[in-house]
Design a protein around this ligand. Structure first.
Ligand code: UFG
Length: 341
């Protein structure tokens, strides 16, 4: 019998890739998603990749009776909790919505887990908890800064809540850096609704002619080329990190009940380097202009990855060129679908 892993937000960008990787590693993914920021087409993509339709529940994670039904129907061995809102700017405008969903949702998931004696969870955290770091790369022990947005606050609070529940619950807390790219098949990827906020979907939409030009938010930062630096990480590497984390939980290999890992490549890339790599690897020109800084942007952040490599046994395998190639491949698939519909 396969171990069953409940994947909340399993039709989202990271969730859908993780569901595929879980299946490939011998687990059975059970998906719950309310489709608030995802589409049912992701389920079809997963189905094409794994060869069957995984169990899927279209429910809100805050709905405890609906969650209870899932736990009654399946003997869940571990939970990967992705379901949350993730737009920094939107969280400033609608803080209640963020606290409700990201904190209320986490509490509902934990309460249901506790009721069914399920005590293993992987939590989606973010490098946003470090704020503007005093030193790069950032280590897991680098102190957090006060959150700059309600979104960031929900990630810090989520970590705190899990830390407070170590008497019954084991947590693998994964702090993602900047997830990009897509499954190499082009069958699943990121589905930004409306005008994208993030660099890579804006870039691919510009290359596809959907947007006129990309704006680089500032080129006078104190970095080698003046643009901000991030640690971009391929979503397939990120998905594989989740599989490692689940295995560590299920095989009872944790040394502490709450363990935290940076999930990045350990390398920072500037905005201009990202654009240049995209253009080179895909042989396509991306019109861009330099614009003003975006408020709230940190100047530079990338991950120290020694702990995750040594303790979790995971290391990113895909480079920036692969990320840009797969992101473009996915955009081309998306454009085809739009034309066909
Ligand atoms: N950028 C541009 N032009 C754009 C979009 C982004 O120049 O049109 C720049 C940003 O200024 C930044 C870089 O590209 O320097 C990356 O920006 P993203 O919006 O893609 O990503 P962020 O680093 O701002 O945010 C990401 C996640 C958040 C998370 C945060 C933690 O989207 O969920 O990392 O640092 F909180």
């Amino acid at each position: 019998m396969k171990n069953k892993v409940l994947v909340t937000g399993g039709l989202g960008f990271i969730g859908s890739h993780t569901a595929v990787c879980l299946y490939e590693a011998g687990f059975e993914p059970i998906i719950v998603d309310n489709l608030s920021n995802s589409k049912i087409s992701a389920l079809h993509g997963i189905q094409e990749l794994i060869g069957y339709k995984p169990s899927f529940y279209q429910n809100d994670i805050s709905n405890i009776p609906a969650l209870t039904k899932i736990f009654e129907e399946h003997k869940i061995d571990a939970v990967i909790h992705f379901a949350a809102y993730k737009a920094v700017g939107e969280s400033v405008e609608f803080p209640l919505k963020y606290y409700q969903n990201n904190i209320g949702g986490l509490l509902a998931v934990l309460e249901t887990m506790k009721a069914f004696n399920v005590n293993s969870v992987v939590f989606s955290s973010s490098c946003t908890v470090y704020g503007e770091p005093d030193q790069v790369p950032v280590m897991e022990v680098t102190p957090m800064k006060e959150a700059e947005s309600p979104y960031g606050a929900t990630k810090q609070m989520g970590e705190r809540i899990l830390n407070d529940n170590t008497n019954w619950c084991n947590t693998q807390c994964l702090r993602y850096f900047n997830p990009v790219g897509a499954h190499p098949s082009g069958k699943i990827g990121e589905l930004p609704l409306g005008i994208p906020n993030n660099l890579i979907p804006y870039l691919t939409q510009t290359a596809a002619g959907i947007r006129k030009e990309l704006t680089v938010f500032g080129d006078k930062y104190n970095t080698p080329d003046g643009t901000c630096i991030r640690d971009y990480i391929h979503v397939m590497d990120l998905a594989e990190a989740h599989v490692k984390a689940v295995e560590r939980l299920i095989e009872n290999k944790q040394e502490e009940a709450f363990e935290v890992f940076n999930i990045g490549t350990g390398t920072g890339s500037s905005v201009l380097e990202v654009i240049k790599t995209f253009e080179d690897v895909n042989q396509i020109n991306v019109p861009y202009k330099i614009g003003p800084r975006r408020s709230g942007d940190v100047v530079q952040v990338w991950a120290e990855t020694t702990k995750v490599e040594q303790v979790l046994g995971w290391k990113a395998q895909r480079d920036l060129s692969t990320m840009m190639k797969d992101a473009w491949n996915w955009q081309l698939e998306l454009s085809k679908k739009t034309f066909n519909n």
